[in-house]
Ligand binder design. Structure first.
Ligand SMILES: Nc1ncnc2c1ncn2[C@@H]1O[C@H](COP(=O)(O)OP(=O)(O)OP(=O)(O)O)[C@@H](O)[C@H]1O
Ligand SMILES: [Mg+2]
Length: 293
């Protein structure tokens, strides 16, 4: 097959891992930077150019769209979809999953457990809105944050108010959540590929830290997820229409709570922690689905 990987940088671990897996399985692979793609849109004939070369004869697309290029990345995927080419990430699903706020809205309305979350946009209503969450401690996070940056644990309402005011001042949308204390600085990452959880790990924060991001020095180990965790992860990805996803859960006293569903999950942490060939599983899924497409 001719496979196109949409990625800003072929040197990234995940991109590289998928390229290698595809080549091992006998495919010809090309990495294309979605931000450098140009489009022609006309009635019944949509075209995509890369450095003025018409891109054609593509059997499948594997998008790896980072958070900085979501909107144009989705437009490029939509162009491939319109050209009748199989892509393992649907443009609408990418947009639904992409930010923490829209992801939580879609999941909560379909009865999936999420941390109780507030969006406080009216700056005069911060204090009364905070009363929706019991308990002194709250987690405040930038909707656009990643790698644990922009995630704050607030110890009091006074504290929360000043953090929220600061985010409003710099015009950054934030979520305020109940603090899931019993998660104990850990979260669970499950990798779903084609309706199966194929890998899972726990990430445990460093001593004295509540954020379990590997970028914040957390350690990780492979686990066998519980049946309930598997069910939640599969329901969440089906709801969002994702065939490849990383689902992040907190283990709470009322069961698994989804923090986020990532439509382009990083592969380095999960492959090195579990020793599994996740990239190879993505390529297998693409082979199956492109053939049926
Ligand atoms: N409501 C919460 N209660 C307890 N711990 C939390 C809560 N929200 C987040 N955390 C901890 O903080 C970490 C970072 O939060 P989150 O995953 O929401 O943001 P991020 O990692 O910056 O974003 P992304 O996952 O998109 O990179 C989580 O992995 C988890 O360990
Ligand atoms: Mg995270």
């Amino acid at each position: 097959m001719n496979i196109v990987i949409l990625s800003r940088n072929p040197a990234l671990y995940s991109t590289n891992s998928i390229v290698n897996a595809a080549m091992r399985r006998g495919h010809s692979v090309r990495v294309i930077d979605h931000l450098l793609c140009d489009l022609v849109i006309r009635r019944n004939k949509l075209e995509l150019y890369y450095y003025n070369e018409l891109i054609e004869d593509v059997d499948a697309v594997i998008p790896r769209i980072g958070s900085s290029a979501t909107s144009y990345g989705a437009a490029i995927i939509r162009q491939f979809e319109a050209m009748g080419i199989y892509t393992c990430l649907n443009s609408d699903s990418l947009l639904k999953a992409r930010d923490k706020l829209s992801c939580l809205q879609y999941l909560a309305q379909k009865d999936i457990g999420v941390p109780l979350s507030l969006v406080i946009n009216n700056s005069t209503m911060i204090r009364p809105m905070l009363t929706h969450i019991e308990g002194e401690r709250k987690v405040i996070k930038l909707v656009s944050g990643t790698h644990g940056l922009g995630v704050v644990l607030s110890e009091s309402d006074q504290n929360a108010e000043s953090v929220l005011e600061a985010f409003q001042k710099v015009k950054q949308r934030a979520l305020t959540q109940e603090f899931i204390k019993e998660a104990d600085g850990a979260d669970v990452r499950l990798i779903v590929i084609g309706n199966k959880v194929i890998a899972a790990m726990v990430r445990q924060a460093q001593e004295g830290e509540f954020r379990s991001n590997l970028h914040r020095g957390a350690t990780s180990y492979a686990i066998s997820p519980t049946k309930e965790e598997i069910d939640v992860a599969l329901r969440a990805t089906q709801l969002l229409g994702l065939e490849v996803a990383g689902v992040d859960l907190l283990r709470s006293s009322r069961g698994p709570l989804v923090l986020e569903v990532n439509a382009s999950p990083g592969l380095e942490g999960i492959e090195t922690t579990t020793g599994l060939d996740v990239a190879g599983r993505i390529v297998q899924l693409v082979e199956r689905n492109a053939a049926q497409h």
